[in-house]
Design a protein around this ligand. Structure first.
Ligand SMILES: [Zn+2]
Length: 174
């Protein structure tokens, strides 16, 4: 499969693809909650030993907090569940390529693996603008699988922004 990814970013040849899609579908469900709250629909779950130990969605607008990205909220939940800030053995599933803040936090958390849906050409810090999670100069690197349910993740975001543009246009006529 030539998808333009380098070898360190791959789907793997084991049974993980099915599990990856299943967990990504849960992340998409979380993203819908963000959307209902007026936030950009981005969701994630963290899985430890096959069990979901954190699920979160973007709450930037809801909490008036620039750091309230889905990944940051989920990291806190997972660390609380495990009782350790080191999230060895954990995989995070997030609908959109993480930004620099979240990518940095994943490295700090010593997370094993990152699985994400669609790329973010504007702020992506896994391969679009930077690759923070696999930078040799840092003391930890994550295994990355990109593009899981990417079409669904992209469509969810596109529909949100399209609807928002229409609402803005309609409000200008009021
Ligand atoms: Zn982020």
């Amino acid at each position: 499969m030539d998808n333009g990814f380098d070898n360190s970013i791959s789907g793997g040849a084991d049974l993980r693809p099915d599990a990856d899609e299943r967990h990504m579908a849960r992340a998409i469900d979380q993203a819908y909650i963000a959307e209902e709250n007026g936030d950009v629909p981005i969701g994630c779950v963290i899985v430890y030993e096959g069990q979901v130990v954190a699920k979160a969605y973007n709450q930037r607008e809801q909490l008036h907090d620039p750091t309230a990205h889905a990944e940051i909220i989920a990291l806190t939940q997972a660390a609380e569940f495990i009782g350790n800030w080191r999230l060895h053995g954990c995989t995070i599933y997030v609908t959109l390529e993480p930004c620099p803040m979240c990518a940095g936090a994943l490295v700090l958390a010593r997370m094993d693996r990152l699985v994400y849906g669609c790329d973010d050409p504007k702020t992506g810090a896994v391969r679009s603008l930077y690759n923070i999670v696999q930078d040799e100069r840092l003391n930890h690197r994550l295994e990355v699988t990109a593009g899981v349910l990417a079409d669904k993740c992209t469509a969810q975001l596109q529909e949100f922004f399209k609807r928002r543009r229409e609402e803005k246009r309609n409000s200008e006529f009021l």
